[in-house]
Design a protein around this ligand. Structure first.
Ligand code: UT7
Length: 343
């Protein structure tokens, strides 16, 4: 059975920087930079322009990952696309990405499978686990795993929505998971979910149990109330569970791998709140130089946080071959996951 390793990483964030002060001055939100920085560590985020979607953001990230993997786009055997902000209800963003990468054109078109993953902040790790299984089973040699989000289109950018909208930003990260006979790569990984908290962090635009699934006006126009149109969150409950589950799942993969936290050279924590990660870091006694963050610059980019962190760490020369890494995520569902990777 081959090993599955991350052969290439890539990322892309849209150029428009929106600072905490911009939320106040450009959108009229009653907030302060002090409040946001103190509670979350976020200083700015990126917003894509109108007309740009998650598959568009994913294109340069995927191209960079494929180039860094030293393969051609046509070598890919599968696309796994994790997002909570797909272009449309259906089809998923994976097929749009496939088309935008030119993989449906010309004599080299292979029409590889494209799978969308709907596990929000844990989506990348759910995708990584899927890709690892596909590669190890021999079903695929190179799988593109993307996390990409266009949050800015679906945030309640008003004082009413500030508790959620101040947290999120747009961006895309990608990795290629490839087969190798070398003793390296994605080792133990573990995923979890607790559906009792399905409504604790959710965006319930429609209700398929209702007839019709979105209320209509007399003229037949769909009407969605703001509390359904925009994501709702019980922040304190999410925070508590995030700390608990991330700690637990990290311990589980360490035990499965027979290692201690001190054996890990670099930690990629999901970027939901700098305070969550600092709490974990302190509790586990992890020194600063072993942790990378980007929430200060990008906010929470949900499925994209971990692959962006990885791609930036490679680009900055911090993440090197032979390092032992841990990736840990938690989010809506609740869902969570962790993986140990020998880079
Ligand atoms: O990736 C998905 C997972 N998500 C997370 O992990 C998020 C986890 N939760 C959190 O990070 C924190 O709960 C938040 C940062 C979201 C919120 O912090 P909090 O300490 O739980 O604040 P809160 O929601 O209890 O709100 C406290 C106050 C409220 O005002 P009142 O009711 O006390 O008058 C809010 O209206 O802060 C107010 N508030 C704000 N004020 C200024 C909420 N958002 C803002 C804001 N600016 N942006």
């Amino acid at each position: 059975m081959p090993n599955a390793f991350i052969s290439g990483t890539g990322y892309y964030v849209p150029p428009r920087v929106v600072t905490n002060d911009d939320l106040r001055t450009q959108y009229g939100i009653d907030t302060t930079s002090e409040w946001i920085v103190q509670r979350t560590g976020i200083e700015s985020r990126r917003y894509a322009e109108e007309g740009v979607g998650s598959a568009d953001l994913a294109v340069p990230a995927a191209q960079m990952a494929v180039k860094n993997a030293g393969i051609a786009l046509t070598d890919l055997d599968m696309i796994v696309f994790a997002t909570l902000s797909p272009e449309h209800c259906f089809p998923g963003s994976g097929v749009y990405l496939q088309q935008k990468l030119g993989l449906c054109d010309g004599p080299n078109a292979k029409f590889v499978p494209a799978l969308d993953v709907r596990n929000q902040c844990s989506g990348f790790l759910y995708g990584l686990g899927t890709a690892t299984s596909m590669v190890k089973s021999g079903a695929a040699k190179h799988v593109l795993v993307v996390g990409a989000e266009t949050h800015s289109a679906a945030l309640d950018l008003s004082t009413r929505g500030r508790a959620v909208s101040s947290l999120f930003g747009d961006g895309a990260g990608a990795v290629v998971v490839s087969a190798t006979d070398v003793d390296r790569g994605i080792r133990s990984w573990k995923l979890g979910a607790d559906g009792r908290f399905a409504d604790t962090l959710s965006q319930r635009i429609w209700d398929i149990r209702k007839r019709p699934f979105i209320p209509q006006s007399a003229e037949g126009v769909g009407q969605v109330q703001p509390e359904l149109m925009f994501a709702q969150m019980d922040g304190k409950l999410v925070f508590k569970n995030a700390v608990m589950r991330m700690m637990e799942v990290l311990m589980e993969v360490c035990v499965a791998e027979g290692i201690n936290g001190t054996d890990i050279d670099m930690f990629f924590f999901h970027q939901a709140n700098l305070r969550i990660n600092q709490y974990l870091q302190q509790h586990l006694g992890i020194p600063d130089e072993k942790v990378v963050h980007n929430i200060q610059r990008y906010g929470n980019t949900t499925a994209a946080t971990i692959p962006i962190l990885m791609a930036e760490a490679v680009e900055q020369g911090r993440l090197k071959r032979g390092m032992k890494c841990a990736a840990i995520a938690f989010g809506s569902g609740f869902t969570w996951g962790a993986a140990i990777i020998d880079w």
